[in-house]
Design a protein around this ligand. Structure first.
Ligand code: CA
Length: 234
């Protein structure tokens, strides 16, 4: 069976750059979709899963940084930013928001191709490693795809921090986890995390799980110690 072609989505409002890049990547056997705006990309991604996004920082409407933040909250999809020469700060912000890499315009196509290959290798290895679906209390949680789904089919959207916390709970079910341990689990904003951040996150997570805060059955408070995941895992 032939290997599945990775699907790359280019979000770039300059048609010449976009078209040239699309045909270049197409010639290397990738499946490429072109979008001129965030709105178009969102419609596409709702129906067609992508492996990697190439996102221009400067877009009309929702810009590349906002796209990065939103997509990263949702999934571990590979994200490479295209940045203009004067976008130093935006480039750094982009990486902080979870972009994996960037190239500066005018970019060398071979360099971009090398970065794409590296990133696809990394993300596909990670998906293989972590592909695991856990079931608990009327939910199924796909750790690789970051999907939390109710048994009735409804998808529950998690932020990156909520996802990371839930993953740590599931990996340590039945064990009381202190706020420090939970803070450490929020990998992308260690410095900003505090016990209070964790309490707020737990409140939000309980609300999304339909867990009654006065009598929780999924995430239980262990007074003076922290929290413990008490749902039965299937
Ligand atoms: Ca642009």
């Amino acid at each position: 069976m032939a290997a599945r072609q990775p699907h790359i989505v280019i979000i770039e409002d300059e048609p010449v750059t976009r078209g040239a890049l699309a045909s270049y990547l197409d010639s290397f056997g990738y499946r490429v979709s072109e979008c001129e705006s965030a709105a178009r990309a969102e419609r596409l991604l709702a129906q067609d899963e992508a492996d990697l996004l190439i996102v221009d920082i400067n877009l009309e409407g929702k810009d590349g940084l906002e796209i990065t933040r939103e997509q990263r909250a949702r999934s571990e999809i590979g994200i490479i930013l295209l940045s203009g020469r004067t976008d130093d700060v935006d480039r750094i912000v982009g990486l902080e928001l979870g972009a994996d890499d960037y190239v500066c315009k005018p970019f060398n196509r071979r360099e971009l191709l090398a970065r794409i290959k590296n990133l696809l290798r990394r993300t596909s290895a990670m998906r293989q490693m972590t592909r695991r679906v856990v079931r608990f209390d009327g939910f199924s949680f796909d750790l690789a795809m970051r999907h939390l789904q109710k048994d009735d089919g409804a998808l529950v959207t998690l932020t990156r921090a909520e996802y990371e916390i839930l993953r740590v709970f599931i990996g340590n079910a039945g064990i009381v986890l202190g706020r420090d341990r939970l803070c450490a689990a929020i990998t992308h904003r260690k410095d900003a995390s505090s016990g209070r951040t964790i309490d707020v996150l737990i409140q939000r997570l309980r609300a999304k799980l339909g867990d009654d805060p006065r009598n929780p059955r999924i995430i239980t408070t262990s007074h003076g110690e922290g929290y413990v995941f008490t749902a039965q895992l299937g």
